[in-house]
Design a protein around this ligand. Sequence first.
Ligand code: ZN
Ligand code: ZN
Length: 232
Amino acid sequence: MLDLLLPQRCLVCGATGPQLCAGCRAALPVLGPPLCERCGAPTAWPVRRCNECAGRRLAFATARAAVAYDDAVRLLVAGWKERGLRRLADDAAEVVAGRLPRPGDAVLTFVPPDRDRRITRGYHPAERLAAALAARWSIPCEPLLTRSGRSRRQRGLSLPERRRNVAGVFHARTRPPARIVLVDDVYTSGATVSAAASALRAAGARHVDVVTFARALRGTSPVGLGRGQQPT
Ligand SMILES: [Zn+2]
Ligand SMILES: [Zn+2]
């Protein structure tokens, strides 16, 4: 509804028109190689593990994102998450499908929302992104995970706190297929997607890859988890 009632402006530059104007779309900070093979962090040359993920037990095989989580992308994601601007899920899916290869022989799923947050927002960006990607890639999307209990928002927590905060909150609804692509809106520390991937693997999935629209970069803020970033 809000999408229809409010005058449309670009969330990044404020120009009247689409929520993401052509100029700002062309200027999105897309991510490309060289990357860390495992967690998708941009690196000086291709590596199998980087400073960010070395020594961490990650339940996913690879993580990839379309764009860096910079100030412009933060504005987009905030509009998408907090205001439920639906058109942005399609925009994000278009950007992701334009950057990342179509996964073969896999089923898409998404990180389920916190129950309280789904009720207050009535809208779940990761699910919308997964559905829009599934349509573009012509592969199935299934709600494979549930989320139990209450986790605090990840924002402002240290990495060990983030890991503890989401440990054990995800469960598979059914026996999952062997190959899964797990979709979320933003990859921040990887703690949430790793916990979700861990639940899928515990239930029988053999291989879980992670795809997100945006990815926080450690190089852009001293601790990589700056204020205002969304918990993931
Ligand atoms: Zn713009
Ligand atoms: Zn890495």
